[in-house]
Design a protein around this ligand. Structure first.
Ligand code: HEC
Ligand code: HEC
Length: 488
Protein backbone atom coordinates (compact mmCIF):
# COMPACT_ATOMS: atom_id res chain seq x y z
CA UNK A 1 0.00 0.00 0.00
CA UNK A 2 1.43 3.39 -0.80
CA UNK A 3 1.68 6.23 1.68
CA UNK A 4 -1.22 8.21 0.26
CA UNK A 5 -3.67 5.33 0.65
CA UNK A 6 -2.57 4.74 4.24
CA UNK A 7 -3.04 8.42 5.07
CA UNK A 8 -6.46 8.37 3.43
CA UNK A 9 -7.54 5.35 5.47
CA UNK A 10 -6.47 6.97 8.70
CA UNK A 11 -8.18 10.23 7.87
CA UNK A 12 -11.44 8.57 6.89
CA UNK A 13 -13.12 8.54 10.33
CA UNK A 14 -12.12 12.19 10.77
CA UNK A 15 -13.72 12.98 7.42
CA UNK A 16 -16.95 11.25 8.25
CA UNK A 17 -17.21 12.93 11.61
CA UNK A 18 -16.55 16.45 10.42
CA UNK A 19 -17.67 16.47 6.83
CA UNK A 20 -14.44 18.29 5.96
CA UNK A 21 -12.29 16.67 3.34
CA UNK A 22 -8.99 17.37 5.05
CA UNK A 23 -5.71 15.84 5.89
CA UNK A 24 -4.14 17.63 8.90
CA UNK A 25 -2.50 20.65 7.21
CA UNK A 26 -0.19 21.25 10.18
CA UNK A 27 0.87 17.59 10.39
CA UNK A 28 4.57 18.42 10.32
CA UNK A 29 4.40 20.84 13.28
CA UNK A 30 5.10 19.47 16.75
CA UNK A 31 3.44 20.99 19.83
CA UNK A 32 5.63 23.40 21.81
CA UNK A 33 7.19 22.35 25.09
CA UNK A 34 9.54 23.98 27.61
CA UNK A 35 12.41 22.20 25.88
CA UNK A 36 12.03 24.53 22.89
CA UNK A 37 13.21 27.46 25.05
CA UNK A 38 16.40 28.56 26.78
CA UNK A 39 16.68 27.18 30.31
CA UNK A 40 14.49 24.30 29.05
CA UNK A 41 11.54 26.36 30.27
CA UNK A 42 12.76 26.27 33.88
CA UNK A 43 14.37 29.66 34.51
CA UNK A 44 15.89 30.94 37.73
CA UNK A 45 12.95 32.87 39.18
CA UNK A 46 15.14 35.38 41.07
CA UNK A 47 16.96 36.20 37.84
CA UNK A 48 13.63 36.61 36.02
CA UNK A 49 12.38 38.99 38.72
CA UNK A 50 15.59 41.05 38.53
CA UNK A 51 15.21 41.19 34.76
CA UNK A 52 11.60 42.30 35.07
CA UNK A 53 12.58 45.23 37.30
CA UNK A 54 15.39 46.28 34.92
CA UNK A 55 13.07 45.97 31.91
CA UNK A 56 10.68 48.50 33.46
CA UNK A 57 13.32 50.76 35.09
CA UNK A 58 14.09 54.08 33.38
CA UNK A 59 17.44 54.09 35.20
CA UNK A 60 18.85 52.34 32.11
CA UNK A 61 18.24 55.40 29.92
CA UNK A 62 20.68 58.30 29.79
CA UNK A 63 18.11 60.91 30.83
CA UNK A 64 16.18 58.49 33.09
CA UNK A 65 13.03 58.98 31.03
CA UNK A 66 12.40 55.72 29.12
CA UNK A 67 12.58 51.98 29.78
CA UNK A 68 12.53 48.92 27.57
CA UNK A 69 8.86 48.54 28.46
CA UNK A 70 7.98 51.94 27.00
CA UNK A 71 8.46 50.46 23.52
CA UNK A 72 7.75 46.82 24.43
CA UNK A 73 4.85 47.09 26.85
CA UNK A 74 3.14 43.83 27.86
CA UNK A 75 -0.27 45.57 27.64
CA UNK A 76 0.49 46.74 24.08
CA UNK A 77 1.43 43.36 22.65
CA UNK A 78 5.05 43.82 23.84
CA UNK A 79 5.28 46.70 21.38
CA UNK A 80 4.05 50.31 21.54
CA UNK A 81 1.02 50.50 19.27
CA UNK A 82 2.83 53.00 17.03
CA UNK A 83 3.99 52.59 13.45
CA UNK A 84 7.37 54.04 14.46
CA UNK A 85 8.38 54.57 18.10
CA UNK A 86 9.06 57.90 19.76
CA UNK A 87 12.11 57.31 21.90
CA UNK A 88 13.71 59.12 24.81
CA UNK A 89 12.43 62.65 25.41
CA UNK A 90 8.86 61.83 24.43
CA UNK A 91 6.22 61.27 27.11
CA UNK A 92 3.17 59.04 27.46
CA UNK A 93 2.60 55.47 26.42
CA UNK A 94 1.32 53.82 23.26
CA UNK A 95 -0.90 55.86 20.94
CA UNK A 96 -0.83 58.71 23.51
CA UNK A 97 2.90 59.21 23.20
CA UNK A 98 3.84 62.80 22.32
CA UNK A 99 6.92 65.02 22.02
CA UNK A 100 6.83 67.88 24.54
CA UNK A 101 8.04 71.34 23.54
CA UNK A 102 10.81 71.40 26.17
CA UNK A 103 12.36 68.06 25.19
CA UNK A 104 12.86 67.94 21.42
CA UNK A 105 13.69 64.49 20.07
CA UNK A 106 16.19 63.44 17.40
CA UNK A 107 13.29 62.22 15.22
CA UNK A 108 11.33 59.01 14.99
CA UNK A 109 12.94 55.63 15.57
CA UNK A 110 13.38 54.30 12.01
CA UNK A 111 11.74 50.88 12.40
CA UNK A 112 8.59 49.43 13.95
CA UNK A 113 9.11 48.11 17.45
CA UNK A 114 8.78 44.32 17.11
CA UNK A 115 6.87 42.16 19.54
CA UNK A 116 9.05 40.13 21.91
CA UNK A 117 6.90 36.97 22.04
CA UNK A 118 8.71 33.65 21.83
CA UNK A 119 12.13 35.18 21.21
CA UNK A 120 13.34 32.88 23.99
CA UNK A 121 12.87 29.91 21.68
CA UNK A 122 16.28 28.50 20.86
CA UNK A 123 15.45 28.44 17.13
CA UNK A 124 15.09 32.27 17.03
CA UNK A 125 18.78 32.68 16.43
CA UNK A 126 18.82 36.06 14.63
CA UNK A 127 17.37 39.23 16.07
CA UNK A 128 16.28 42.58 14.65
CA UNK A 129 14.44 43.14 11.39
CA UNK A 130 17.75 42.71 9.54
CA UNK A 131 19.23 39.95 11.73
CA UNK A 132 22.22 42.03 12.83
CA UNK A 133 22.49 40.21 16.16
CA UNK A 134 23.26 36.49 15.81
CA UNK A 135 25.47 33.69 16.99
CA UNK A 136 28.81 34.06 15.25
CA UNK A 137 29.40 30.83 13.29
CA UNK A 138 33.06 31.68 12.69
CA UNK A 139 33.76 32.65 16.31
CA UNK A 140 35.56 35.77 15.11
CA UNK A 141 34.91 37.61 18.33
CA UNK A 142 35.58 36.60 21.92
CA UNK A 143 31.90 37.16 22.75
CA UNK A 144 30.82 34.37 20.37
CA UNK A 145 28.21 36.66 18.81
CA UNK A 146 27.94 38.75 15.72
CA UNK A 147 26.65 42.25 16.56
CA UNK A 148 27.06 45.93 15.68
CA UNK A 149 29.54 46.26 18.57
CA UNK A 150 31.93 43.84 16.80
CA UNK A 151 34.99 43.30 19.04
CA UNK A 152 33.68 45.62 21.77
CA UNK A 153 30.98 43.13 22.78
CA UNK A 154 32.06 41.48 26.05
CA UNK A 155 32.09 37.74 26.75
CA UNK A 156 29.63 36.11 29.15
CA UNK A 157 26.33 36.87 27.42
CA UNK A 158 23.92 33.92 27.68
CA UNK A 159 22.11 34.11 24.32
CA UNK A 160 21.09 36.44 21.48
CA UNK A 161 18.43 38.09 23.64
CA UNK A 162 21.07 39.11 26.16
CA UNK A 163 23.28 40.41 23.34
CA UNK A 164 20.37 42.44 22.02
CA UNK A 165 19.80 44.06 25.43
CA UNK A 166 23.26 45.66 25.17
CA UNK A 167 22.10 47.91 22.30
CA UNK A 168 18.99 50.02 23.01
CA UNK A 169 20.87 51.66 25.89
CA UNK A 170 23.49 53.08 23.54
CA UNK A 171 21.10 54.32 20.86
CA UNK A 172 20.78 58.11 21.05
CA UNK A 173 17.22 58.20 19.79
CA UNK A 174 15.97 55.17 21.76
CA UNK A 175 17.43 55.40 25.27
CA UNK A 176 20.79 57.22 25.60
CA UNK A 177 19.85 60.77 24.64
CA UNK A 178 21.73 63.44 22.77
CA UNK A 179 25.45 64.06 23.17
CA UNK A 180 26.16 66.46 26.01
CA UNK A 181 22.88 65.78 27.85
CA UNK A 182 24.39 63.07 30.08
CA UNK A 183 27.60 61.03 30.30
CA UNK A 184 26.01 57.93 28.75
CA UNK A 185 24.77 59.84 25.71
CA UNK A 186 28.20 61.38 25.22
CA UNK A 187 29.99 58.04 25.48
CA UNK A 188 27.48 56.54 23.02
CA UNK A 189 27.99 59.38 20.53
CA UNK A 190 31.73 58.64 20.58
CA UNK A 191 31.06 54.88 20.14
CA UNK A 192 32.66 54.21 23.53
CA UNK A 193 30.73 51.11 24.52
CA UNK A 194 33.21 48.92 26.40
CA UNK A 195 35.89 50.01 28.85
CA UNK A 196 35.99 52.13 32.00
CA UNK A 197 34.24 55.20 30.59
CA UNK A 198 32.03 53.29 28.15
CA UNK A 199 28.23 53.14 28.11
CA UNK A 200 27.97 49.71 29.76
CA UNK A 201 30.30 50.55 32.65
CA UNK A 202 28.50 53.87 33.28
CA UNK A 203 25.19 52.00 33.48
CA UNK A 204 26.63 49.33 35.79
CA UNK A 205 27.85 52.15 38.04
CA UNK A 206 24.30 53.50 38.28
CA UNK A 207 23.03 50.08 39.36
CA UNK A 208 25.80 49.73 41.96
CA UNK A 209 24.51 52.88 43.65
CA UNK A 210 21.09 51.34 44.36
CA UNK A 211 21.21 48.99 47.38
CA UNK A 212 18.15 46.98 46.32
CA UNK A 213 19.77 46.16 42.98
CA UNK A 214 23.03 45.20 44.68
CA UNK A 215 21.17 42.80 46.95
CA UNK A 216 19.24 41.29 44.06
CA UNK A 217 22.33 40.87 41.84
CA UNK A 218 24.12 39.16 44.72
CA UNK A 219 21.15 36.86 45.23
CA UNK A 220 21.17 35.76 41.59
CA UNK A 221 24.83 35.50 40.57
CA UNK A 222 27.46 33.45 42.42
CA UNK A 223 30.26 35.63 40.99
CA UNK A 224 28.81 38.81 42.52
CA UNK A 225 29.95 39.48 46.06
CA UNK A 226 30.12 43.26 46.30
CA UNK A 227 28.60 46.06 44.24
CA UNK A 228 31.88 46.38 42.31
CA UNK A 229 31.34 42.92 40.79
CA UNK A 230 28.16 43.96 38.94
CA UNK A 231 28.57 44.42 35.19
CA UNK A 232 26.04 45.33 32.53
CA UNK A 233 26.43 41.81 31.13
CA UNK A 234 24.76 40.53 34.32
CA UNK A 235 21.92 43.00 33.77
CA UNK A 236 21.53 41.97 30.12
CA UNK A 237 21.41 38.26 31.06
CA UNK A 238 18.68 39.01 33.62
CA UNK A 239 16.63 41.03 31.13
CA UNK A 240 16.93 38.15 28.67
CA UNK A 241 15.79 35.64 31.33
CA UNK A 242 12.71 37.80 31.94
CA UNK A 243 11.91 38.03 28.24
CA UNK A 244 12.29 34.26 27.79
CA UNK A 245 9.97 33.55 30.69
CA UNK A 246 7.32 36.27 30.39
CA UNK A 247 6.79 36.39 26.65
CA UNK A 248 5.89 32.81 25.85
CA UNK A 249 2.91 30.65 26.70
CA UNK A 250 1.48 27.99 24.47
CA UNK A 251 -2.20 27.78 25.20
CA UNK A 252 -3.58 29.33 22.04
CA UNK A 253 -6.37 27.45 20.24
CA UNK A 254 -3.71 26.46 17.68
CA UNK A 255 -1.56 24.96 20.45
CA UNK A 256 -4.58 23.03 21.70
CA UNK A 257 -5.02 21.76 18.18
CA UNK A 258 -1.36 20.73 17.86
CA UNK A 259 -1.58 18.77 21.10
CA UNK A 260 -4.92 17.09 20.48
CA UNK A 261 -5.15 17.12 16.66
CA UNK A 262 -8.84 17.58 17.38
CA UNK A 263 -10.29 19.99 14.85
CA UNK A 264 -12.84 21.19 17.42
CA UNK A 265 -10.03 23.19 19.05
CA UNK A 266 -10.50 25.71 16.23
CA UNK A 267 -13.56 27.55 14.96
CA UNK A 268 -14.77 26.67 11.49
CA UNK A 269 -13.36 29.94 10.10
CA UNK A 270 -9.98 29.34 11.70
CA UNK A 271 -9.93 25.80 10.36
CA UNK A 272 -10.57 27.01 6.84
CA UNK A 273 -7.90 29.67 7.43
CA UNK A 274 -5.44 27.01 8.57
CA UNK A 275 -6.10 25.01 5.41
CA UNK A 276 -5.43 28.09 3.31
CA UNK A 277 -2.35 29.09 5.31
CA UNK A 278 -0.70 25.69 4.92
CA UNK A 279 -2.22 25.08 1.51
CA UNK A 280 -3.33 27.21 -1.40
CA UNK A 281 -2.38 30.63 0.07
CA UNK A 282 1.20 29.40 0.44
CA UNK A 283 1.83 31.41 3.63
CA UNK A 284 3.79 28.56 5.19
CA UNK A 285 6.46 28.70 2.48
CA UNK A 286 7.87 31.55 4.60
CA UNK A 287 5.82 31.47 7.81
CA UNK A 288 6.80 27.87 8.57
CA UNK A 289 7.38 25.78 11.67
CA UNK A 290 6.22 26.16 15.25
CA UNK A 291 6.49 29.95 15.24
CA UNK A 292 5.29 30.61 11.69
CA UNK A 293 8.70 31.83 10.57
CA UNK A 294 11.52 30.37 8.50
CA UNK A 295 13.89 32.80 10.28
CA UNK A 296 14.97 34.01 6.85
CA UNK A 297 14.74 37.33 5.05
CA UNK A 298 12.43 38.17 2.16
CA UNK A 299 11.58 41.26 0.14
CA UNK A 300 7.78 41.53 -0.04
CA UNK A 301 7.32 45.17 -1.15
CA UNK A 302 6.31 46.49 2.26
CA UNK A 303 5.80 50.25 2.09
CA UNK A 304 8.63 52.21 3.74
CA UNK A 305 7.87 55.23 5.89
CA UNK A 306 9.78 57.37 8.36
CA UNK A 307 13.43 58.46 8.51
CA UNK A 308 14.87 55.20 7.15
CA UNK A 309 18.43 54.05 7.75
CA UNK A 310 20.38 56.47 5.58
CA UNK A 311 20.88 53.77 2.91
CA UNK A 312 21.26 54.07 -0.84
CA UNK A 313 22.29 56.98 -2.99
CA UNK A 314 19.08 58.88 -3.49
CA UNK A 315 19.60 62.52 -2.57
CA UNK A 316 16.26 63.88 -3.76
CA UNK A 317 15.02 64.67 -0.24
CA UNK A 318 18.29 66.39 0.60
CA UNK A 319 18.14 68.46 -2.58
CA UNK A 320 14.50 69.39 -2.08
CA UNK A 321 14.68 70.32 1.61
CA UNK A 322 18.31 70.95 2.58
CA UNK A 323 18.14 68.24 5.27
CA UNK A 324 21.11 65.94 4.76
CA UNK A 325 19.36 62.59 4.99
CA UNK A 326 18.85 59.52 2.86
CA UNK A 327 15.61 57.79 3.66
CA UNK A 328 15.87 54.23 2.41
CA UNK A 329 16.14 51.14 4.59
CA UNK A 330 17.96 48.36 2.73
CA UNK A 331 17.11 45.77 5.37
CA UNK A 332 19.10 42.54 5.25
CA UNK A 333 21.54 43.98 2.68
CA UNK A 334 22.86 46.31 5.40
CA UNK A 335 24.30 43.19 7.01
CA UNK A 336 25.27 41.03 4.05
CA UNK A 337 26.20 43.90 1.68
CA UNK A 338 24.64 41.82 -1.10
CA UNK A 339 22.50 43.87 -3.51
CA UNK A 340 20.08 40.95 -3.88
CA UNK A 341 19.21 41.26 -0.17
CA UNK A 342 17.99 44.84 -0.49
CA UNK A 343 14.54 45.45 1.03
CA UNK A 344 14.52 41.96 2.52
CA UNK A 345 13.38 41.80 6.15
CA UNK A 346 13.12 38.91 8.57
CA UNK A 347 9.93 36.86 8.36
CA UNK A 348 8.23 37.72 11.66
CA UNK A 349 6.70 35.06 13.87
CA UNK A 350 2.91 35.28 13.68
CA UNK A 351 2.19 34.09 17.19
CA UNK A 352 0.02 36.64 19.06
CA UNK A 353 0.12 38.76 15.90
CA UNK A 354 -3.40 40.08 16.48
CA UNK A 355 -2.02 41.94 19.53
CA UNK A 356 0.97 43.55 17.84
CA UNK A 357 -0.37 46.12 15.32
CA UNK A 358 0.83 48.10 13.38
CA UNK A 359 2.51 45.68 10.97
CA UNK A 360 5.58 45.50 8.76
CA UNK A 361 9.12 46.70 9.49
CA UNK A 362 8.02 50.33 9.33
CA UNK A 363 4.50 49.83 10.65
CA UNK A 364 2.87 50.96 7.42
CA UNK A 365 -0.23 48.77 7.88
CA UNK A 366 -2.56 49.33 10.80
CA UNK A 367 -4.76 46.23 10.62
CA UNK A 368 -4.24 42.52 10.25
CA UNK A 369 -6.66 42.47 7.36
CA UNK A 370 -4.69 45.13 5.45
CA UNK A 371 -1.37 43.34 5.85
CA UNK A 372 -2.88 40.03 4.75
CA UNK A 373 -4.37 41.76 1.71
CA UNK A 374 -0.90 43.10 0.98
CA UNK A 375 0.33 39.52 0.75
CA UNK A 376 -2.45 38.58 -1.68
CA UNK A 377 -1.27 41.17 -4.19
CA UNK A 378 1.84 42.99 -3.00
CA UNK A 379 2.31 45.21 -6.05
CA UNK A 380 -1.28 46.44 -6.11
CA UNK A 381 -1.32 46.92 -2.35
CA UNK A 382 1.95 48.87 -2.47
CA UNK A 383 0.60 51.05 -5.28
CA UNK A 384 -2.69 51.68 -3.49
CA UNK A 385 -1.06 52.48 -0.16
CA UNK A 386 -1.76 56.05 0.99
CA UNK A 387 0.17 57.95 3.69
CA UNK A 388 -2.98 58.41 5.79
CA UNK A 389 -2.91 54.63 6.36
CA UNK A 390 0.16 54.96 8.54
CA UNK A 391 -1.34 57.01 11.37
CA UNK A 392 1.95 58.64 12.37
CA UNK A 393 1.85 60.76 15.53
CA UNK A 394 2.91 64.38 14.85
CA UNK A 395 6.49 65.28 15.80
CA UNK A 396 6.70 69.03 16.24
CA UNK A 397 9.80 69.48 18.37
CA UNK A 398 12.92 68.01 16.81
CA UNK A 399 16.63 68.59 16.66
CA UNK A 400 18.91 68.08 13.68
CA UNK A 401 22.52 67.02 13.82
CA UNK A 402 25.33 69.23 12.62
CA UNK A 403 28.47 67.26 11.67
CA UNK A 404 29.17 63.76 13.03
CA UNK A 405 31.60 61.86 15.26
CA UNK A 406 33.52 63.97 17.76
CA UNK A 407 32.16 67.14 16.11
CA UNK A 408 28.55 66.02 16.55
CA UNK A 409 26.22 68.79 17.71
CA UNK A 410 22.45 69.12 17.82
CA UNK A 411 20.35 72.17 17.08
CA UNK A 412 16.57 72.58 17.11
CA UNK A 413 14.92 72.47 13.71
CA UNK A 414 13.72 75.95 12.88
CA UNK A 415 9.87 75.98 13.04
CA UNK A 416 9.80 77.45 9.53
CA UNK A 417 11.49 74.29 8.21
CA UNK A 418 9.28 71.78 10.02
CA UNK A 419 7.07 71.31 6.97
CA UNK A 420 10.08 70.21 4.94
CA UNK A 421 11.32 68.07 7.82
CA UNK A 422 8.00 66.20 7.97
CA UNK A 423 8.17 65.32 4.28
CA UNK A 424 10.68 62.61 5.20
CA UNK A 425 7.88 60.49 6.70
CA UNK A 426 6.46 59.57 3.31
CA UNK A 427 9.20 60.66 0.92
CA UNK A 428 10.14 57.14 -0.22
CA UNK A 429 6.53 56.32 -1.09
CA UNK A 430 6.24 59.53 -3.10
CA UNK A 431 9.45 59.10 -5.07
CA UNK A 432 9.02 57.11 -8.29
CA UNK A 433 12.62 55.86 -8.48
CA UNK A 434 12.55 54.54 -4.93
CA UNK A 435 9.14 52.93 -5.35
CA UNK A 436 10.44 51.12 -8.39
CA UNK A 437 13.43 49.73 -6.49
CA UNK A 438 11.18 48.30 -3.76
CA UNK A 439 8.82 46.77 -6.32
CA UNK A 440 11.69 45.31 -8.37
CA UNK A 441 13.05 43.58 -5.28
CA UNK A 442 9.70 41.94 -4.46
CA UNK A 443 9.80 38.14 -4.36
CA UNK A 444 6.28 37.47 -3.06
CA UNK A 445 3.97 35.86 -5.65
CA UNK A 446 0.39 37.14 -5.69
CA UNK A 447 -2.32 34.66 -4.73
CA UNK A 448 -6.02 34.90 -5.44
CA UNK A 449 -7.86 35.37 -2.13
CA UNK A 450 -11.58 36.17 -1.84
CA UNK A 451 -12.99 38.33 0.97
CA UNK A 452 -14.07 35.11 2.64
CA UNK A 453 -10.52 33.73 2.40
CA UNK A 454 -9.11 36.89 4.00
CA UNK A 455 -11.65 36.55 6.79
CA UNK A 456 -10.65 32.92 7.33
CA UNK A 457 -6.92 33.68 7.32
CA UNK A 458 -7.53 36.44 9.87
CA UNK A 459 -9.48 33.96 12.02
CA UNK A 460 -6.58 31.50 11.83
CA UNK A 461 -4.05 34.18 12.83
CA UNK A 462 -6.31 35.08 15.78
CA UNK A 463 -6.20 31.42 16.81
CA UNK A 464 -2.44 31.89 17.32
CA UNK A 465 -3.09 34.16 20.32
CA UNK A 466 -2.43 32.76 23.77
CA UNK A 467 -5.16 34.27 25.99
CA UNK A 468 -2.61 34.85 28.76
CA UNK A 469 -1.15 37.73 26.71
CA UNK A 470 -4.47 39.49 26.13
CA UNK A 471 -4.28 40.98 29.57
CA UNK A 472 -0.68 41.02 30.70
CA UNK A 473 -0.97 43.90 33.18
CA UNK A 474 0.24 41.57 35.96
CA UNK A 475 3.74 41.77 34.47
CA UNK A 476 4.00 45.50 35.22
CA UNK A 477 5.75 46.03 38.57
CA UNK A 478 4.22 48.50 41.02
CA UNK A 479 7.59 50.08 41.63
CA UNK A 480 11.20 49.68 40.53
CA UNK A 481 14.35 49.90 42.69
CA UNK A 482 15.44 53.30 41.30
CA UNK A 483 12.13 54.83 42.44
CA UNK A 484 11.61 56.31 38.97
CA UNK A 485 8.02 56.22 37.64
CA UNK A 486 6.84 53.05 35.89
CA UNK A 487 4.84 53.19 32.62
CA UNK A 488 1.43 51.61 33.16
C1 HEC B 1 12.42 53.72 21.66
C2 HEC B 1 11.84 52.42 21.58
C3 HEC B 1 12.60 51.21 22.08
C4 HEC B 1 13.17 51.02 23.30
C5 HEC B 1 13.24 51.98 24.48
C6 HEC B 1 13.66 49.67 23.30
N1 HEC B 1 13.39 49.07 22.11
FE1 HEC B 1 13.68 47.14 21.64
N2 HEC B 1 13.30 47.55 19.71
C7 HEC B 1 12.83 48.74 19.22
C8 HEC B 1 12.88 48.72 17.78
C9 HEC B 1 12.45 49.85 16.85
C10 HEC B 1 13.42 47.48 17.41
C11 HEC B 1 13.73 46.99 15.98
C12 HEC B 1 15.04 47.61 15.53
C13 HEC B 1 15.61 47.03 14.26
O1 HEC B 1 15.22 45.92 13.84
O2 HEC B 1 16.47 47.67 13.66
C14 HEC B 1 13.66 46.75 18.65
C15 HEC B 1 14.11 45.43 18.71
C16 HEC B 1 14.19 44.71 19.90
C17 HEC B 1 14.41 43.30 19.99
C18 HEC B 1 14.58 42.34 18.82
C19 HEC B 1 13.23 41.81 18.43
C20 HEC B 1 13.27 40.89 17.24
O3 HEC B 1 12.21 40.36 16.88
O4 HEC B 1 14.33 40.71 16.63
C21 HEC B 1 14.44 42.98 21.32
C22 HEC B 1 14.63 41.61 21.93
C23 HEC B 1 14.28 44.21 22.05
N3 HEC B 1 14.10 45.23 21.16
C24 HEC B 1 14.35 44.33 23.43
C25 HEC B 1 14.54 45.56 24.06
C26 HEC B 1 15.09 45.72 25.40
C27 HEC B 1 15.52 44.60 26.31
C28 HEC B 1 15.12 47.07 25.65
C29 HEC B 1 15.67 47.77 26.87
C30 HEC B 1 17.07 47.51 27.20
C31 HEC B 1 14.55 47.73 24.47
N4 HEC B 1 14.26 46.77 23.53
C32 HEC B 1 14.33 49.08 24.37
C33 HEC B 1 12.39 49.79 19.99
C34 HEC B 1 12.78 49.99 21.31
C1 HEC C 1 7.88 35.18 0.55
C2 HEC C 1 7.75 34.95 1.97
C3 HEC C 1 6.37 35.22 2.60
C4 HEC C 1 5.16 34.66 2.29
C5 HEC C 1 4.86 33.62 1.21
C6 HEC C 1 4.20 35.22 3.23
N1 HEC C 1 4.82 36.12 4.06
FE1 HEC C 1 3.94 37.20 5.53
N2 HEC C 1 5.67 38.23 5.80
C7 HEC C 1 6.88 37.95 5.19
C8 HEC C 1 7.86 38.92 5.57
C9 HEC C 1 9.32 38.95 5.13
C10 HEC C 1 7.20 39.83 6.42
C11 HEC C 1 7.80 41.11 7.03
C12 HEC C 1 8.07 42.08 5.89
C13 HEC C 1 8.56 43.44 6.29
O1 HEC C 1 8.44 43.83 7.45
O2 HEC C 1 9.07 44.13 5.38
C14 HEC C 1 5.83 39.35 6.56
C15 HEC C 1 4.86 39.93 7.37
C16 HEC C 1 3.62 39.37 7.64
C17 HEC C 1 2.67 39.88 8.59
C18 HEC C 1 2.91 41.08 9.52
C19 HEC C 1 3.54 40.61 10.80
C20 HEC C 1 4.14 41.69 11.64
O3 HEC C 1 4.40 41.42 12.82
O4 HEC C 1 4.41 42.80 11.16
C21 HEC C 1 1.58 39.07 8.55
C22 HEC C 1 0.32 39.19 9.37
C23 HEC C 1 1.83 38.08 7.53
N3 HEC C 1 3.08 38.28 7.02
C24 HEC C 1 0.93 37.09 7.16
C25 HEC C 1 1.09 36.30 6.02
C26 HEC C 1 0.05 35.51 5.44
C27 HEC C 1 -1.36 35.37 6.01
C28 HEC C 1 0.57 34.91 4.33
C29 HEC C 1 -0.13 34.06 3.32
C30 HEC C 1 -1.25 34.71 2.66
C31 HEC C 1 1.96 35.32 4.24
N4 HEC C 1 2.23 36.17 5.26
C32 HEC C 1 2.85 34.90 3.25
C33 HEC C 1 7.11 36.90 4.32
C34 HEC C 1 6.14 36.14 3.70
Amino acid sequence: MNKLVITALFTLPFLLASGEANIDPAAGIAPLTGADFYDRGRPNTDQVELGRLLFFDKILSGNRNISCATCHHPTLGTSDGLALPLGEGATGLGPDRRVPADAPVAGRVPRNSPALYFLGATEQARLFHDGRVAKDPNENWASGFWSPAREQLPAGLDNVLAVQAMFPVQSAVEMAGQKGENDIATAAALNRLAGRDGVWELLAERLRQIPEYVARFRGVYAHIDTAEDISFVDAANAIAAFEVDAFRGYDSPFDDYLRSRDHRALTLDARRGMNLFYGRANCASCHSGQFQTDNEFHAIAMPQIGPGKNDGWDQSYWQATGFMARLEDHGRARETLRPEDRYAFRTPSLRNVELTAPYGHSGAYTTLEAVIRHHADPVASFNNWRPAAAQLVAVDHVVETTATGSQLRYKPVNPGRLGDYRKRDTWVMQTAALREQILNANELEPVELSDGDINDLTAFLRALTDPVHRDAAHLVPERVPSGLPVDD
